[in-house]
Write a new protein. Sequence first.
Length: 182
Amino acid sequence: MNSKNKDFPSLLLVDDDPLFCSVLASAMVNRGFSVMVAHDVDDALAKIGDNVPEYAVVDLSMPGPSGLVLVERLHALDAYTRIVVLTGYASIATAVEAIKLGATHYLAKPADANEIVLALERTQGDVAAGIAPQPMSVNRLEWEHIQKVLAECEGNISEAARRLGMHRRTLQRKLAKRPTRS
């Protein structure tokens, strides 16, 4: 779904799930955005050309380069583009990297259109942000550590497995699982 209207702020929506894109694009059009949809980094860059959007919602995990590559590229093209990374594979490591690369906010899926709009509009941090009542579980700590090492290895699974002291296939199985919530 591509909805271009010069009177509305432009929004680039990039996610490899066509159904999710269709539903979210429709919701964002209803909230006053002119939406352009892409399903991977290369598709997104081809569609925007020299017309960098005012806003972007970028999935982290897609076929080909990760959404972090697109975040960096969009920020390099226009530092004022407000970028929200939206992912089902949230981790502290990827959140930190996304912000360093130019994202303005980072949300874990599922997030509804209203949460996404609020994230796009947010310009400052929140000193009243809640602190977890208990530390992360061992499983979550493992997931976070794996994500940190993987980010340090620039996504190279073989190198990350070597640094973690585990077999590459074991690491791939762990990465294929959804992270634990706590």
